[in-house]
Design a protein around this ligand. Structure first.
Ligand SMILES: [Zn+2]
Length: 302
C-alpha cells in the first residue's frame, strides 16, 4: 500500500457513522469489517481503492500489486446476507497468504456497505424492499441482438461497481471468481456456475464436495426463488444480469461500444442457506471455501 493511501485510511474509518449497524442477527459491526480490510491492506503490497461512497460508507476494492490472470473474491453484494462479508473479515490471513503465494488477487470485501449496515438487500430499497442490486450489470451486458440490455445503469452504485470490474479485468483477467452469497428462501446450499465450463466446472464441483464433507445441507434439485433450475447442486448457464455474469461475459458494452469482456474462466457463486441455520455455522462454511481458494485457483487454470 502506498503511504498516501495509508494516510487516507483513518479518514475512511472515521467516515463510518456510528450507531448505524444492524447487528441484531449477530453480524459484525460494519466498522469491524473496515478494520479487517485495513489489516489486510497493511499485510503486504495491496492497493486499496474506494469505488463509491454510499451513505458515508466506502465500497472498497483491494488488489495485489502483482497483475495477471487473477483470483477474484466478492462478498456482501446483498446487504441482508451477513455470513460472506463476515467470513472475509475473519479470513484476512488466508487472503493475505494468496498474495504471498504470488497469486494476483482482486477482492471486493463488502460490495454493499450501506445495505449491510441496514440489513437491506439493496441500498436503495423502498418500504416493500424493492430496489436495485449494486451488482446489476444489465447496462454492460448484451442482449441477443448485441445491444445493451438496459440503456442506463440501475443505480450509481452499480455503475461504479461494474465499471471498476471492467477496468480491473484488463490487468487482472479473472481465471477464478468466487462470489459468496446466502439464500433465505431455500433450506440448503447450492452453487451457480457462470463460466464456460458450466455445470461441470471443477471449482463448482469442488465447493459442493467440501459442503458435503462438512455435512452442510445441499440443495441437489428443484428451483430457486428466481425460477432457476438446480441440477445436482449447480445452476449453470443463467442470464441473470449479475456481476458474476459480467465477470464471465466475453463481450460487454463499455464507453458506448461493444468491447471484449472479462471472459472469466471459472466464475462461481456460492449460496449458503440462512433459513434455519445460525450465522456462526454459515460463516464457518464460507471460511472453509475461502481456505480452498488456492486449490480452486489451480483447478481453474488447468
Ligand atoms: Zn445474494
Amino acid at each position: 500500500m502506498s503511504p498516501a493511501l495509508h494516510l487516507l485510511l483513518p479518514l475512511f474509518l472515521s467516515a463510518a457513522p456510528a450507531g448505524k449497524t444492524n447487528d441484531a442477527d449477530g453480524r459484525r459491526p460494519v466498522q469491524e469489517l473496515y478494520q479487517a480490510m485495513d489489516g489486510l491492506a497493511k499485510s503486504g503490497p495491496w492497493t486499496v481503492e474506494t469505488v463509491y461512497e454510499d451513505e458515508g460508507l466506502p465500497i472498497r476494492v483491494l488488489r495485489t500489486e502483482k497483475k495477471g490472470p487473477a483470483l477474484w473474491l466478492l462478498a456482501g453484494i446483498h446487504g441482508e446476507e451477513p455470513a460472506p462479508p463476515n467470513a472475509v473479515s475473519l479470513s484476512t490471513a488466508d487472503i493475505s497468504a494468496l498474495a504471498v503465494q504470488g497469486i494476483p488477487v482482486v477482492v471486493f470485501p463488502l460490495g454493499n456497505p450501506a445495505g449491510y449496515s441496514k440489513g437491506w438487500r439493496y441500498p436503495d430499497a423502498d418500504e416493500r424492499g424493492k430496489g436495485h442490486s449494486v451488482g446489476d450489470s444489465d447496462s454492460r451486458l448484451l442482449d441477443k441482438d448485441g445491444k445493451p440490455r438496459a440503456a442506463q445503469p440501475a443505480s450509481p452504485q452499480s455503475a461504479a461497481l461494474t465499471g471498476k470490474v471492467l477496468e480491473l479485468a484488463r490487468q487482472y483477467p479473472p481465471l477464478l471468481s468466487v462470489d459468496l452469497h446466502e439464500d433465505d428462501h431455500l433450506p440448503a446450499g447450492y452453487v451457480y456456475s457462470q463460466g464456460p465450463r458450466g455445470c461441470s466446472d471443477p471449482a463448482a464441483q469442488a465447493v459442493l464436495r467440501r459442503m458435503a464433507e462438512l455435512e452442510y445441507p445441499i440443495k441437489r434439485s428443484g428451483k430457486t426463488d428466481f425460477d432457476e433450475e438446480i441440477k445436482d447442486g449447480v445452476i449453470c448457464g443463467v442470464e441473470d444480469g449479475s456481476i458474476d455474469e459480467l465477470i464471465s461475459a466475453r463481450r460487454v458494452f463499455r464507453d458506448g461500444r461493444v468491447q471484449e469482456g472479462p471472459s472469466g474462466r471459472s466464475v462461481i457463486v456460492v449460496e449458503t442457506s440462512s433459513m434455519k441455520m445460525g450465522l456462526a455455522r454459515r460463516v464457518r462454511l464460507h471460511r472453509a471455501i475461502i481456505r480452498m481458494l488456492p486449490e480452486l485457483f489451480k483447478a481453474a487454470g488447468k
